[in-house]
Design a protein around this ligand. Sequence first.
Ligand code: OOG
Ligand code: MG
Length: 253
Amino acid sequence: MNLSELSSILHDAAKTAKPIAQLSLSHPINLDQAYEIQRLLVQHRIDEGHPLIGIKMGFTSKAKMEQMGVDDMIWGLLTSDMLIEEGGALKRNAHCHPRAEPEICFKTSIDIDRELSLEECKEAVSHVAAAVEIIDSRYENFKFSLEDVVADNCSSAGMMIGPWVPMKEDLRDLKMTMHLDDELAAEGSSNAILDDPWNSFQAATRLASAAGMMLPAGSCVMAGASTPASFVKEGQKVKVEVEGLGSLILSVA
Ligand code: OOG
Ligand code: MG
């Protein structure tokens, strides 16, 4: 099977919410091939009328790497159909086994086509926000190798972004929590994200530009979760709060 066929299999798994066996078990792929599958996979969504709205970083915290048994940072592509507007709900049945995680999202203010310095990053962002990311591995039992998860667009499935607040130069030491209904499901510090979420944004400029991508002004960049993710159930409310940035609530329908 070629890379395009593998991307179609992953796309169908996402559309039908039916998980598949890990690709790497039957098709040994390297990381470059995995990113090519990811690109082809996302092209299906774009062709179906859902343009790119940004990128996401993954495994930028030890907590996430340990939970998923991988050892490197990854990045994926976000399309418009993944965005759940405020007041909207995640449809549980449209996904295989969705998990939620608390995140910080950046909004860019200029076109970015090269790796920026940390100082330049702060001039390239207009707003930041608390966010919930919904990840939904298209692999059975949410188990994968690094190549598998990259090919699967880093499990990207949905996101809700809280109220945008003007860019903050200091995003260190912010408490991040996630409640499922009234229960505390995850608690961490923004420092868990590569010591400083700005390092994640900088890594995003490096990885995207190295792949030849131009990130247009107004794009979203998700920094990656600081805590392990939690499975969500129909009827639940997911509340994420990031100290100094605010909070948001996502309903699961
Ligand atoms: C991969 C997605 C990782 C993050 O924030 O680290 C990610 C997964 O855990 O399935 O989104
Ligand atoms: Mg994430």
